[in-house]
Design a protein around this ligand. Structure first.
Ligand SMILES: Nc1nc2c(c(=O)[nH]1)N[C@H]1C(S)=C(S)[C@@H](COP(=O)(O)O)O[C@H]1N2
Ligand SMILES: [Mo]
Length: 386
């Protein structure tokens, strides 16, 4: 059996954050490998948020260079030639390993899907609702849509002799152990119910037609459409398939609702995303007075496709429908457009509110939870007209 870290140069520890120094070695300069130009990204330590104005010129899919990054530790650089995916546990009859070439030789599927951090929009609990939540203060740029290509997870599980008794699977990342509050929580990993695993989950090796970039999970990541981003484990090296329910800190300590109104152990583990909308504008965007200004944005929901988007430029007194521009199948997002006639000089707050196919409409307020997950309320986007 191949050791769990075979073929891997891990970049946490003493080298993290330093410039590459090892000759011929595979060492990155910091927690994120790709360049993070400030006009595209807002840096949050090991994470990088995409600026919404940087999506104005791009199409339906976010180019890999502009896709947000959420790293618990640091991007590892993994050699695909020696990489292995181990599939094991009480829920498979033929535990074993898959190599990169073997996965790539299996029938593949492609899917446009969003990956969105559960904490996307977290900062608005504080700035908009007066109650600050713990964690990375994302605005709305902790999301991206890409075309993912890979092997259906179900096909891999079946090759490993999936048992009818399997109830959950747990993919683990090959990035460094995550240490929180002085406690080593091990590799980033989170259980996923077998029904979802067999539904539309991919083991993806391509992102927008290119091999996965290192920051997004090279050589292989899990893509769990419609679910919170933590389900989509990057740099996957191991999948436990279990006939019993599984636990990890990522479905017990984190990624549940905690706080007022929730039991001490928290809510059920969070699964699907809520409905959100964002304008393709800078925060405090300068808008020319008079004339007709085109407002563009995107809306999305983990519950399915977007059926309606309304925009208000007068603080919510009047709403008008935006024109929907995409026919999303429900796993990505829908772009939209409307116009703003004769913007008057001064500071304004723009509002966009989406409805998804379940009829869920974005509310004016989201009930608080300690870690600030799933902020789905309408966000007031400030602009300056001059
Ligand atoms: N192995 C591993 N997988 C991971 C993470 C991580 O830190 N390590 N972060 C998760 C979280 S919280 C999110 S939101 C998504 C972000 O994916 P991206 O960095 O490709 O945008 O990856 C998920 N998968
Ligand atoms: Mo996340």
């Amino acid at each position: 059996m191949v050791p769990a870290l075979g073929g891997l140069a891990v970049l946490g520890g003493p080298l993290a954050g330093r410039a590459a120094a090892v000759s011929g070695g595979r060492v990155a300069a910091g927690p994120i490998v790709k360049p993070l130009p400030p006009e595209v990204f807002i840096s949050h330590g090991t994470n990088a948020e995409t600026r919404w104005e940087a999506l104005r010129e791009v199409g339906f899919r976010v180019p890999n260079e502009r896709f947000f990054v959420r790293n618990h530790t640091a991007t590892p650089l993994i050699d695909a030639a020696t990489w292995r995916l181990r599939v094991h546990g009480s829920g498979v009859r033929r535990p074993g390993e898959f190599g990169y070439a073997e996965l790539r030789s299996m029938p593949s599927v492609s899917l446009d899907a969003a990956i969105e951090c559960a904490g996307n929009g977290r900062s608005f609990y504080g700035t908009q609702q007066g109650q600050q939540a713990e964690g990375t203060p994302w605005r709305l740029g902790g999301i991206g849509v890409a075309r993912w290509r890979g092997v259906p997870l179900g096909a891999v599980l079946r090759r490993a002799g999936l048992s009818g008794r399997a109830v959950e699977i747990m993919p683990s990342g090959l990035d460094a152990d995550f240490v929180s509050g002085g406690q080593n929580l091990g590799h980033v990993r989170r259980p996923l119910p077998i029904a979802k695993a067999l539904d539309d989950v991919l083991l993806a090796y391509e992102m927008n037609g290119e091999p996965l970039p290192p920051d997004h999970g090279f050589p292989v990541r899990v893509v769990v459409p419609s679910w919170i981003g933590i389900a989509s484990i990057k740099w996957v090296g191991d999948i436990e398939v279990s006939a019993e329910p599984l636990v990890s800190p990522w479905n017990t300590q984190f990624y549940r609702f905690f706080g007022p109104g929730y039991p001490p152990e928290g809510s059920e583990p969070l699964a699907t995303q809520v409905t959100k909308s964002a304008f393709e504008l800078a925060w405090e965007q300068a808008v020319p007075a008079g004339g007709t200004y085109t407002l563009r944005g995107r809306s999305w929901s983990g519950r399915g496709r977007i059926t309606r988007v309304e925009v208000s430029t007068d603080g919510g007194a009047r709403w008008r429908p935006a024109r929907l521009l995409d026919d999303d199948r429900g796993t990505a997002w829908t772009r939209w457009r409307t116009t703003w006639a004769e913007p008057r000089p001064g500071r304004h707050e723009l509002l966009a509110r989406a409805t998804d196919e379940t009829g869920a409409v974005q509310p004016a307020r989201t009930p608080f939870n300690t870690f600030g997950y799933l902020f789905g309320a309408v966000v007031a986007h400030p602009v300056r007209v001059a």
